[in-house]
Design a protein. Structure first.
Length: 191
């Protein structure tokens, strides 16, 4: 974690992400955001050009963080199981650092305007890369020969909903959660 003080723009983005999670992107106005921050709406525009600009900052920065993490995992020489553990850890880390932003990513991405195609491309590539890791694991005999899309869906839908669950865990240790999730998602519940 960087210990530099938060800039005004970062504070606006963080506050907006919290409001978007609580009320939904469409319901939040720049006036709501200003009053939440205790400033005049006009002064928001010194730091940010629009609500759309804020949404883009939130979603695209997280999507790019996932893309970069996945690229590092894919290009490593690790075996499939280790790569899957790293993907799970990536989701836990990004989500625990940014539960509000993850809520926007999951619930508000369709409100992106000129960045929508770019976001969908990042998302599509991420899923393709994830599927490729699974297929390679089937090929190498490391994981069961089941439908890769079923495996992708079951793991990814759990990881994508972590933002709903993590804030409820007061004593969360991300590394422990990642390990526990890896056991369940990779090994199943078979004793």
């Amino acid at each position: 974690m960087n210990s530099q003080p938060e800039t005004r723009k970062q504070e606006i983005i963080r506050t907006a992400a919290k409001l978007f999670k609580e009320k939904g992107y469409s319901a939040v106005t720049m006036r709501d955001l200003a009053s939440e921050m205790g400033i005049k709406a006009a002064s928001l525009y010194n730091h940010i050009s629009s609500k759309q600009d804020i949404l883009k900052e939130i979603i695209i920065s997280i999507a790019e963080e996932f893309t970069e993490g996945m690229a590092n995992i894919r290009s490593s020489n690790h075996k499939t199981i280790e790569k899957l553990k790293q993907v799970i850890a990536l989701h836990v880390e990004i989500t625990s650092n940014n539960t509000y932003g993850m809520a926007s990513l999951n619930n508000d991405w369709m409100h992106l305007e000129e960045q929508l195609d770019y976001y969908l491309q990042l998302r599509h590539n991420y899923e393709d890369n994830f599927r490729e890791i699974i297929k390679n694991g089937i090929k190498s005999g490391e994981i069961i020969d089941e439908n890769p899309d079923t495996m992708l869906f079951s793991i990814l839908s759990t990881l994508r909903s972590l933002y709903l669950w993590i804030p409820k865990k007061e004593d969360l240790v991300p590394e422990e959660l990642a390990q526990s999730l890896s056991k369940v998602l990779i090994n199943g519940v078979n004793k």
